[in-house]
Design a protein around this ligand. Structure first.
Ligand code: SAM
Length: 277
């Protein structure tokens, strides 16, 4: 279509995706609620439920955006929040030192149980919204923010207990590369978990869903965020992403074992899981 990205060549996809999230960052959370009727929250809660991380888990959350998965993880493992005047001034000091070197990787200490999440995203605007939220929620330890590309992580091999990616992998140009990288950075025994839009098989439900997404989503994008194109992209990227079975095959190809998936809301979304053994 005229508005869409369908004809965008592969080498331009990364740039286009970058622009989309640069444009939507400040409205990202609001738009998620509006377009899914809040259902994305339930899916993310279910995702954490299936993940069931133990305290002490070292997680890498890729395409972590504004931190929805990371904050649920911290809550799940019972990481403490520290809101006090003392900490606020410490935070302010931290912020000003970061300003001197905005490209610096921000690493924090694990929480008192050793739990830690590194939120990695290619887009600084999304990460900035997330960091601001972390400050507001009072998370001063247990979370780090890293700008980076899921297709080539600047992280060592065998580092994390778990790797999550939620509504992020379909935005990546080379999905297989992302999966191979996930495998590389996980420790042996580590778990891969992905939450992503998927395929609705039931023909009747599918036509309802198609009508909703192609006709309603871009209009809502225009009305709520003044941005038709970004939301048109969103819908197209969902249709182009491999279905449950094909994606599971790619996960196996990366080397993962015990690969399985679970449909959420008739397959509108799915959770894929695999282990590095
Ligand atoms: N995981 C978050 C959530 O569930 O709310 C954010 C999902 S958001 C739809 C997709 C995110 O993927 C954006 O923040 C975008 O910047 C990020 N992204 C896109 N391509 C990426 C890449 N190649 N590497 C890392 N992050 C990427």
């Amino acid at each position: 279509t005229h508005f869409g990205f369908q004809s965008v060549p592969e080498e331009e996809k990364e740039h286009k995706v970058y622009e989309v999230f640069e444009n939507v960052a400040s409205k990202y959370d609001l738009m998620n609620d509006a377009m899914s009727g809040g259902i994305h929250r339930i899916w993310k809660d279910m995702f954490l439920d299936r993940f069931a991380p133990a305290p002490g888990t070292k997680l890498l959350d890729v395409a972590g955006g504004t931190g929805d998965i990371a904050f649920r993880f911290l809550k799940y493992v019972g990481a403490p929040t520290h809101i006090s005047l003392q900490n606020e001034s410490a935070m302010r000091e931290k912020e000003s030192s970061e300003e001197e070197n905005p490209a610096a990787i921000i690493f924090s200490e694990p929480d008192e149980n050793g739990s830690h999440v590194t939120v990695c995203d290619i887009n600084q605007a999304m990460l900035d919204v997330g960091r601001h939220k972390a400050d507001e929620m009072g998370y001063t330890s247990g979370i780090s923010w890293l700008r980076g590309n899921a297709e080539m992580l600047s992280l060592p091999d065998n580092t994390f207990d778990a790797y999550t990616i939620a509504f992020g992998i379909r935005n990546c140009t080379h999905v297989q590369k992302v999966l191979n990288e996930a495998y590389r950075v996980l420790k042996p025994g580590g778990r891969f978990l992905c939450l992503e839009f998927s395929e609705v098989k039931n023909p009747l439900l599918r036509s309802v869903y198609d009508n909703y997404s192609f006709q309603v989503i871009p209009v809502m994008g225009q009305v709520l965020a003044g941005d038709w194109k970004s939301y048109q992209y969103l819908v197209e990227s969902i249709r182009q992403f491999p279905n449950q079975e094909d994606f599971a095959a790619m996960i196996k190809l990366a080397g993962f074992r015990m690969v399985s998936y679970e449909n959420l809301t008739f397959g509108v979304a799915a959770i894929h899981s695999g282990f590095k053994i």
